[in-house]
Design a protein around this ligand. Structure first.
Ligand SMILES: Cc1cc2nc3c(=O)[nH]c(=O)nc-3n(C[C@H](O)[C@H](O)[C@H](O)COP(=O)(O)O)c2cc1C
Length: 216
């Protein structure tokens, strides 16, 4: 697939079909994504792939933790955000609203509980980083994530990065025996998109480049 086409077509998928994905296909996507650049080629990422009954257990654990702690999807800012950024998030949620209305679901519940269940995807990829690394290595994880979502798209699968689950990192680590010194940086839902679901028709837009660029 042409790269421009893949970049333009890809979107986050928020309803998946349960059909399992063969291990070889997951490995093929991971092999492509680890071609991502990283500082001094450290390739600091580590993956935990969760499927089958373990994935169901993980979803149940996350839903329980969400219902207890009520930490929701949000910008996770350390200070009030400049208005421009807040507006972009609000606009994205507004854009999703008609699809949620069609589905007769509450947007907040669908997004938060859906994220905790990886929107029904049969495969969860947790990307971990050893805590010996500094914060700068999160850049490498970001680059990897970009490659991963495009490689999956090219192979006909859908993805949704799930940042919400990092609020429940302790529960995840306990359940999956992830050592204390590994940070769970991001989760990724992976599977066949359910194209019957209205929410998958939603396509987020982007600001004008002019609002993001200053030429010097
Ligand atoms: C680091 C990161 C964390 C994200 N976390 C979530 C999440 O917890 N739940 C969710 O539904 N989408 C999540 N997303 C998906 C974003 O909402 C999505 O990428 C954004 O709205 C742009 O839409 P697009 O991916 O369809 O282009 C996350 C994306 C990134 C990059």
């Amino acid at each position: 697939m042409d790269l421009t086409k893949a970049i333009l077509e890809r979107r986050s998928i928020r309803a998946f079909r349960p059909d399992p994905i063969p291990r070889e296909k997951i490995e093929e996507i991971l092999r492509l994504s680890i071609r991502a650049p990283s500082g001094i080629n450290l390739q600091p990422w580590e993956f935990v792939i969760v499927t089958g009954e373990e994935k169901e257990r993980l979803s149940r654990t996350l839903i329980k933790a969400y219902r207890e702690k009520k930490i929701s999807c949000g910008p996770d800012a350390v200070r009030p955000l400049p208005k421009t950024f807040g507006k972009r998030g609000a606009k994205t949620l507004e854009g999703m609203r008609p699809f949620f209305e069609e589905m007769k679901v509450s947007p907040e519940q669908y997004i938060n509980e859906g994220s905790c269940q990886f929107y029904g995807a049969p495969v969860v990829i947790l990307i971990c980083l050893d805590d010996a690394f500094s914060k700068s290595r999160l850049l490498d994880i970001g680059a990897l994530l970009g490659y991963l979502v495009l490689a999956a798209h090219e192979s006909g699968l859908g993805t949704c990065p799930i940042g919400l689950i990092t609020a429940y990192e302790e529960e995840i680590k306990d359940l999956l025996n992830i050592p204390d010194n590994k940070r769970v940086v991001i989760g990724l839902a992976l599977g066949h998109p359910d194209w019957e679901s209205p929410i998958n028709r939603f396509k987020s837009d982007r600001e004008d480049l002019d609002n993001m660029v200053r030429w010097v």
